[in-house]
Design a binder for this molecule. Structure first.
Ligand SMILES: Nc1ncnc2c1ncn2[C@@H]1O[C@H](COP(=O)(O)OP(=O)(O)OP(=O)(O)O)[C@@H](O)[C@H]1O
Length: 210
């Protein structure tokens, strides 16, 4: 079952296309890793898919309320404890227990610590535990393993594997090898938009009024 379908997508930054003609699908039980050099447009693409910015062309099809997006910022409530953060997100998403998330991301011993007192890697683990309490099938993740040590990367990869086994899907931008051998890889380099001086999109005064 296809959960996310992208067709002929052009995404922009600062008004200019950075990636164009992108198309792919993501089915239940599958993971897709986005690759490409710094600045190619991975973050821009993920932000567009998450609905945080409009696409210039193309279509994004995803059933409503199925996506959980995790960006660079972890979105944690710094004065709330680890448990309180997860309970907060569980209430936002209308889900229930948080124990599985605490256990899965190895947060049990940190459960009562305020988020602001966590190390960068621990904060990241909490940010990823948040995904588990959303109950949403499509994970869209921007550099999910930043600040994680090797053990935590493995923990995260296991969490993704579990998620896929339960019929979820994951789209991730990452520079590292997660050890998720079942994941497909999409190299964004061929979709790099041409700059205006090489014949790419220039925008147009008229276009703004049509
Ligand atoms: N506010 C902005 N205005 C204009 N251009 C921007 C802005 N922010 C980023 N860009 C440019 O947009 C392009 C795409 O950036 P993006 O962050 O999507 O790349 P990325 O592939 O995620 O990079 P990285 O691997 O370094 O995280 C880059 O060339 C970047 O310099």
């Amino acid at each position: 079952m296809t959960l996310l379908a992208v067709e002929n997508l052009t995404v922009t930054r600062g008004g200019l296309p950075v990636l164009e003609g992108l198309g792919f699908t993501l089915a239940a039980g599958h993971a897709l890793v986005l690759r490409g050099p710094n600045g190619i447009g991975k973050t821009t693409l993920l932000r567009t898919l998450a609905g945080l910015q409009p696409a210039l062309t193309g279509s994004i099809s995803i059933p409503p309320e199925t996506m959980a997006y995790a960006a660079h910022a972890d979105g944690l409530k710094s004065t709330l404890s680890v448990t309180e953060n997860l309970r907060f997100w569980a209430s936002v998403y209308g889900t229930g227990p948080i124990d599985h998330a605490l256990d899965r991301m190895n947060l049990r011993q940190l459960a009562e610590r305020p988020a602001m007192s966590l190390s960068a890697g621990q904060k990241r683990r909490l940010g990823l535990a948040r995904l588990l309490v959303t109950g949403r099938p499509v994970w869209v993740l921007d550099e999910p393993t930043v600040s994680l040590d090797a053990a935590s990367v493995a923990l995260f990869a296991d969490a993704v594997r579990d998620h896929l086994a339960k019929g979820g899907a994951a789209l991730m931008a990452t520079h590292i090898d997660l050890g998720l051998h079942e994941a497909a890889v999409l190299d964004l380099t061929p979709f790099k938009a041409l700059p205006p001086e090489e014949g790419g999109y220039k925008g147009s005064f008229d276009e703004a009024f049509t």
